[in-house]
Ligand binder design. Structure first.
Ligand SMILES: [Zn+2]
Length: 327
């Protein structure tokens, strides 16, 4: 299926959301206490790169992850998600308006791909656990793909947990750090989290928590943004992926490998099946400084752009990254 950014992030609605997020960034950056962080994968001090909406971002000199440093304390990030204007707008307006096109264009494709991955596991899990299940669209789509698998959701937001239960999805209404192995049914052999790592106050702690809940022989699939992705590198600070206080880090594939062993997983397979890098960069071509890419995006035909996108995805340099951790 050919998808464009407009179908999943209608420009007008998305720009209103971005404007509210900029207000939230100002509010959080002026009312929080900040702490310094290092790259969790490499333990390197970050080199300052730029400031956006009152948040400073640095790059890890070893793995080239893009990381907010210093960052608000964990309690300030929680305050943002419970009281901010943009998280509320996302749930009430943005997500509801785009839910059905996102279901068809994003979640259905994702669920098919996840079903393939699950079916290729050495042991078929009885249960899968989706962390940060949100509105449950992935769970519904996966249920269509593999009806015999049971799905349990972890979702701390009370209104979303209610919505998941109303859809008949077993739900643990907790933050992942508060979930114990005994909360999960026996036979959870596969865990997922979609577009969550970039939001977390401490991604290493999160991965350790997931690892603790994961039995030997099980797998955890996480999707996130990659800092090595073409559109993010071309647009830099101007990339909409650099999006505080929502996105606090854009982790690189190299960092994912480091985090894998630190968190207690045995190996990780990384792929970048992104479709949108060039579509995103082309829409902001006036901001692209690199002479070749400016030329390519301005003069390249649709078919050359499509072929180039495939090459970027296959070589691991799309900004949409899938990480399959094994234990
Ligand atoms: Zn690093």
């Amino acid at each position: 299926v050919k998808i464009t950014e407009e179908q999943i992030r209608p420009n007008e609605l998305f720009n209103r959301y971005l404007a509210l997020a900029a207000d939230d960034a100002h509010w959080i950056s002026t009312t929080s206490n900040f702490e310094t962080v290092k790259c969790w994968a490499c333990d390197e001090t970050l080199n300052f790169s730029f400031e956006k909406c009152g948040f400073k971002f640095g790059e890890c000199p070893s793995c080239r992850s893009i990381i907010n440093d210093p960052r608000p304390l964990a309690k300030d990030i929680s305050r943002f998600y419970s009281e901010g204007k943009s998280p509320r707008f996302w749930a009430s307006d943005f997500y509801r308006t785009t839910a059905e096109s996102r279901r068809e264009l994003l979640w259905r494709t994702k669920a098919k791909r996840v079903a393939q991955i699950i079916n290729s596991q050495p042991v078929r899990p009885d249960w899968i656990c989706d962390i940060g299940a949100g509105f449950g669209i992935f769970a519904e789509e996966l249920r269509r793909e593999i009806p015999e698998i049971q799905i349990i959701a972890v979702e701390p937001t009370p209104s979303l947990a209610d919505e998941l239960r109303a859809k008949g999805i077993t739900t643990i209404p907790k933050f992942l750090g508060d979930v114990r192995k005994t909360d999960l049914p026996h036979g959870v052999g596969f865990l997922t989290s979609f577009e969550l790592l970039e939001h977390l106050h401490n991604p290493l702690e999160f991965l350790k928590d997931v690892s603790t809940l994961t039995s030997t022989g099980s797998a955890f699939l996480a999707t996130t943004l990659s800092s090595w992705g073409l559109d993010i590198q071309l647009l830099g600070k101007e990339s909409k992926a650099i999006f505080p206080p929502h996105h606090l880090q854009i982790i690189s594939p190299k960092a994912i490998r480091g985090l894998c062993s630190k968190a207690g997983f045995t190996k990780v397979e990384i792929s970048t099946p992104g479709k949108l890098d060039l579509d995103i960069a082309k829409k902001s071509v006036h901001l692209v400084q690199d002479r070749f890419w400016h030329l390519f995006l301005s003069e390249g035909t649709d078919s050359s752009i499509e072929r180039m996108q495939e090459v970027i995805a296959e070589t691991g340099f799309s900004s949409h990254m899938w990480c399959l951790f094994q234990k």
